[in-house]
Design a protein around this ligand. Structure first.
Ligand SMILES: Nc1ncnc2c1ncn2[C@@H]1O[C@H](COP(=O)(O)OP(=O)(O)OP(=O)(O)O)[C@@H](O)[C@H]1O
Length: 699
């Protein structure tokens, strides 16, 4: 086919293909030269030239980082083009920046004067691609989205923003790149949205990297997408600060974390740490959800007092005093005195950090008894001999053991102990619920924040050092004077930026846990208050959040368009939230499919065949994923057993559906879901589908 016979679309595709080909050719060249550079770095190390190691490290690091970026999956490497009024050549926007001279945006001194082959979407020069509108074209005459499959251009979609400045004959093709992107079937993971970020989202993504950025918006408005693209933006904008200090992204559940885990790598960023609320403490991975009542107790700030009292209590089986023979004489500290000393020493202190002090206090007491019988002795000799005595060591270990947070948490399962800790703080029935919910072998997500709180209260023993200038030796532990800060701990990293997704469901105790990890961080907090499942004291979450954030300056953004649900589906979800919040402003669904959601009511004995048939139909109707959302864990397991195994199918509880998205959704027993987790969680469940929604209710 000759160019004259080609349609305008085909001609434009061919035109863009030529540019995209140049980009890929350059990319291939750069890959080769990076591989050579990396190898060169290693050769330099082999040569053992003085100073060469520093050069080698810098060179290898730089080359390796470049190669990692160049090697990333570059589906749709170039996705945008701007024809600007002031620029003779078009400007191309893509996933990474590439220049004809072979430099990328990562190079410290890029050759700025040359218009790059493609600029990184995060660069300031790319901003008009996302921000320009017909009312404010920002110098953009035509904005073009380029669709590709691998290296092949498959389509273009144009917006003519400034018709008056358009040169004669400028072709303008199609509309609806966004709608086309939204209608695509979903894979099992979330995808990036670089090609179609909308203006209000872009403003939040590029908000200043300091202080606190708060992004709110209803279901499907792209809050999670914004949070993740913002992480990529911050890493680009100040890599030394954010990659060095680390970016922590906290989501509600492991299912959610796995759902979003591919987005940053697809943007060429691997360095952020993604964790669910049940995984923030090292070595723990909790997924069990508590009932709403227990969640409200364990999440409440009242737990601080309960835990403080627990951490000041005697350990079970504490020795009843000390009585031992030393050099033929009796040494004795009676039970009451032992306990009195313990209480005095422990008050307001982190008990694991002051073991040496406690041991020293006992030694001092015994020395007072013994010294008149040991003429010519120094206390140091007495201390040394006594601390080598097995009986004495056993006493100390039982009196002041090194405690682990899980042990203290376990004490709460004992109703008598708990009654003492919680007196005046929790009601009798709350105490009973709390005690019954402690299962050390099967931790719940809420337990993790309690463990972290306990960890902060009891501290950790100072690291034993062989040679310390000061301090005295007791059982091989040396005190170092001042207390160790929280930042010393391996899992209390001082992140440079903390992103909290689904923030409306972070409990007050969880805010404290996250706050400990972001003491010097800037923050991004995204959420939707209307979707919260919190049934405890309504003022506490904001209070705890504010104290985690301190006086940092806040920047607030709100998102108003629902990109996920067709209008027909969002209408069902909206009706649910309207029951309890009739005046709540809701986002506007951007598209409509004409497909009305299916609502079925059946007697209990028909539940199973109805669910099976509905799921089969959904799997048939959509190309992507199907989510089955049930009221609680027990129904989830029952329903999951009815259904076939499929990578396209996921069965979750209403709470675990937070933040998730499926092409087809079946909500099982919505009324019961509302009873168990509240209307707001049912609202979440009803707003998960991109194409089809079915509900099955019991008659
Ligand atoms: N600008 C956009 N272009 C294309 N897709 C978008 C855009 N913004 C959002 N989306 C898509 O809309 C869906 C919803 O986005 P996301 O999950 O980030 O919303 P959310 O506000 O976090 O939702 P919720 O609060 O309901 O969990 C996702 O599939 C996302 O990829």
């Amino acid at each position: 086919m000759t160019e004259t016979q080609a349609s305008p679309l085909e001609q434009e595709i061919a035109l863009e293909q030529r540019h995209v080909d140049r980009v890929y050719t350059q990319l291939a060249r750069m890959r080769e030269s990076m591989a050579r550079l990396e190898a060169g770095g290693y050769d330099l190390a082999g040569a053992r030239v003085p100073g060469s190691l520093v050069d080698r490290d810098a060179m290898v690091f730089h080359a390796a980082r470049q190669r990692q970026i160049l090697d990333a999956e570059h589906e749709g490497l170039v996705f945008g083009r701007l024809d600007l009024r002031e620029l003779p050549r078009p400007r191309y926007v893509g996933r990474i920046g590439i220049r004809e001279d072979g430099s990328t945006d990562l190079d410290p001194q890029p050759a700025d004067e040359v218009e790059p082959l493609v600029i990184d979407w995060r660069a300031p020069a790319a901003e008009p691609f996302y921000r320009a509108t017909a009312a404010h074209p920002l110098g953009v005459v035509r904005r073009r989205m380029i669709q590709s499959s691998g290296e092949k251009v498959t389509g273009v979609e144009d917006d003519l923003l400034d018709p008056e400045s358009a040169p004669p004959g400028m072709t303008v093709i199609g509309d609806g790149a966004l709608l086309a992107a939204l209608a695509k079937a979903k894979g099992t993971g979330m995808r990036d949205i670089v090609a179609t970020i909308q203006q209000e989202q872009d403003v939040a993504i590029r908000a200043p990297g300091s202080g606190v950025t708060v992004v709110e918006g209803g279901p499907g408005t792209g809050k999670t997408a914004v949070a993740l693209h913002r992480a990529a933006y911050l890493l680009y904008y100040d890599r030394a600060r954010f990659a060095g200090g680390g970016v922590l992204i906290v989501g509600p559940s492991p299912v959610f974390v796995s759902y979003i885990s591919a987005v940053l790598p697809s943007l060429g960023e691997e360095s952020a740490t993604l964790k669910s609320l049940g995984e923030l403490v090292e070595g723990v991975r909790a997924t069990r959800e508590e009932t709403a009542e227990v969640h409200a107790i364990k999440g409440s700030l009242r737990m601080r007092r309960v835990l403080r009292r627990a951490t000041e209590d005697a350990v079970p089986g504490q020795p009843q005093g000390l009585r031992m023979r030393f050099r033929g004489d009796w040494l004795e500290v009676p039970a009451r005195q032992v306990e009195q000393m313990r209480r005095q020493i422990v008050r307001g202190q982190r008990r694991n950090e002051i073991r040496a002090k406690a041991f020293g206090a006992i030694l001092d007491t015994l020395w007072e008894q013994a010294k008149s019988r040991l003429p010519g002795w120094e206390q140091s000799r007495f201390d040394e001999e006594l601390t080598e005595n097995e009986e004495f060591r056993t006493f100390l270990k039982r009196w002041w053991p090194r405690l682990r947070p899980i042990e203290v948490l376990t004490w709460l399962a004992d109703p008598k102990r708990l009654a003492w800790y919680a007196e005046g703080t929790l009601s009798r029935s709350e105490q009973a619920r709390l005690a019954a919910s402690i299962r050390p072998d099967d931790l719940s997500v809420d337990d993790v924040a309690l463990l972290d709180e306990i960890d902060g209260l009891i501290g950790r023993p100072p690291v034993a050092r062989r040679k310390a200038a000061t301090g005295y030796r007791v059982l091989g532990v040396r005190t170092q004077g001042g207390e160790r800060g929280l930042a010393d701990r391996s899992d209390y990293r001082d992140y440079a930026h903390v992103i909290v997704d689904e923030s409306q469901d972070v409990t007050p105790m969880q805010w404290r846990m996250i706050g400990r990890r972001g003491q010097v961080a800037s923050w991004t907090i995204v959420g939707d208050p209307a979707q919260t499942a919190w049934t405890g004291d309504a003022t506490e979450p904001a209070r705890a959040r504010d104290s985690a954030l301190g006086s940092r300056q806040r920047h607030a953004f709100s998102l108003t368009t629902n990109y996920r649900n067709p209008a027909e589906i969002f209408a069902v979800a909206a009706a649910e939230i309207r029951r309890i919040a009739p005046n709540l402003p809701l986002p506007k669904a951007v598209r409509s499919t004409g497909v009305i959601p299916v609502q079925v009511t059946v007697p209990r004995n028909e539940l199973r065949p109805t669910v099976e048939a509905a799921v089969a139909q959904l799997l048939d109707e959509v190309d992507g994923t199907v989510g089955v959302i049930t009221p609680e864990a027990s129904t989830r397991d029952t329903v999951a057993a009815w259904l076939p195994e499929s990578v396209r199918l996921q069965v979750v509880t209403g709470l675990a559906a937070k933040g998730m998205e499926y092409d087809g959704v079946l909500v099982v027993e919505p009324r019961r879901l509302r009873e168990v987790s509240g209307a707001r969680t049912l609202y979440v469940a009803l707003s998960r589908a991109t194409q089809r929604l079915t509900t099955v209710e019991l008659a």
